[in-house]
Design a protein around this ligand. Structure first.
Ligand code: GDP
Length: 369
């Protein structure tokens, strides 16, 4: 008998005899865990490796079958978006495949936005953005899966809204769906063998099922890959820039026209026309921004890309697609979004140019903040 060995994940006393009980660990895993100094019970071990069992690659054909099955199901659709990258979180055609099923919109990563920003205002903004995309959610909620903010409230809301239905959780990759599901599972301790995987019939896609109290399931669907995210052109070492982990500290600049701001070497903002104005940049705190004169900007880029203007580094330059220029004129206070990387807020009545790597979407939207 092992006395008082505890799981470093949940604190349960480790035991090797009762497979359904708390703290169960197979004998072989116990030995491995002791040897490595990281002893987890089987459930926590699975939680930790959840990301690895969640499938990612989808073929279009499989994907369509999956969507059809969701449309034909009687389900509450929990649609997880990343509020730091709302546009990159949109699932094309979602409103078509949900059919008559209600949608609960969950804005994750609320911890990234400044504390000072009223959450009710943010929720309104999120709802408006969803409406514009053709989605009419029955509820809109902000959470932080990572910080465990509002997860309990979300679970209550899901219980209320689902009635007598299954729950399907959908989202594109990187919105934090796995982190959210892990939190949900953690809140539901004591349930035996929490995770089961099975296939969506007729596809090669795994779904992960979490039993609910009344015999229904919470189903985690495979993450859907969004093509135009900055993540696709970033060197692997720099992916942290598109999944910030800390509250964003906005950077404010008083700009005259004919001034430029570089976002490392990944993007560029030119203030072309308008009065002296305050503009605010919302990017990961580790992305170095540089201001220069527009007249010098091309030269500045050529001279400093890979060094002062980084990422990318010099040895990664070949991987980065060339920057493409887009011009915008604002009629209201607006955000210029570099999809996945962040945004710059500008006042109304200005003309700007925005540059992003080819293949990365750039767009103008009414200001979030
Ligand atoms: P998935 O692809 O949708 O399953 O996303 P993951 O759960 O793997 O998370 C993607 C990235 O977002 C990881 O770097 C997470 O640490 C991060 N992340 C997830 N949830 C949150 C959150 O609530 N806040 C913040 N700041 N980051 C989060």
């Amino acid at each position: 008998q092992q006395e008082e060995l505890r799981c470093i994940g949940c604190g349960s006393v480790i035991q090797t005899t009762d497979q359904q009980g708390l703290g169960y660990t197979p004998q072989s895993a116990l030995e491995r865990g002791l040897a490595s100094g990281e002893l987890y019970c089987q459930r926590c071990f699975r939680l930790r490796h959840y990301n690895e069992i969640a499938p990612v690659a989808l073929t279009d054909d499989d994907f369509l079958k999956l969507l059809n099955q969701i449309r034909d199901a009687q389900a509450l659709i929990v649609y997880v978006v990343d509020i730091f990258d709302f546009n990159g979180s949109l699932i094309p055609g979602l409103h078509r495949f949900v059919g008559d099923n209600p949608v609960l919109l969950v804005g994750n990563k609320e911890d990234l936005l400044p504390r000072s920003l009223r959450r009710s205002k943010l929720t309104d903004w999120l709802r408006q953005q969803a409406n514009q995309a053709g989605i009419r959610p029955v509820g809109t909620t902000l959470v932080s899966a990572k910080k465990n903010h509002q997860i309990e409230a979300l679970l209550d809301q899901i219980e209320q809204l689902r009635g007598d239905r299954d729950v399907y959780v959908v989202g594109v990759t990187n919105v934090g769906k796995s982190t959210l599901i892990n939190q949900i599972i953690k809140q539901r301790t004591g349930v035996q063998d929490l995770i089961t995987t099975s296939r969506f019939p007729g596809t090669t896609l795994d779904k992960i099922e979490i039993p609910l109290d009344d015999g229904h399931q919470l189903v985690d669907t495979p993450g859907i890959i969004h093509q135009e995210q900055m993540a696709h052109v970033l060197p692997a070492e720099d992916l942290r820039l598109v999944a910030p982990q800390k509250e964003i500290k906005p950077k404010t600049y008083q700009l005259n026209d004919q001034q430029t701001i570089f976002l490392g070497g990944l993007g560029r903002f030119d203030y072309l026309k308008g009065p002296r104005a305050g503009i605010v940049a919302y990017f990961d705190n580790n992305l170095p921004l540089h201001r220069t004169k527009l007249a010098n900007a091309d030269q500045f880029y050529d001279r400093h890309i890979g060094e002062l203007l980084t990422p990318p580094r010099t040895d990664q330059l070949a991987q980065l697609p060339p920057l493409v220029r887009y011009e915008f004129k604002t009629t209201v206070k607006s955000d210029l979004v570099f999809e996945g990387l962040g945004w710059i807020t500008v006042p109304k009545g200005v003309t700007v140019a925005v540059w992003a790597p080819k293949g990365v979407a750039v767009l103008l939207r009414p200001a979030m903040i």
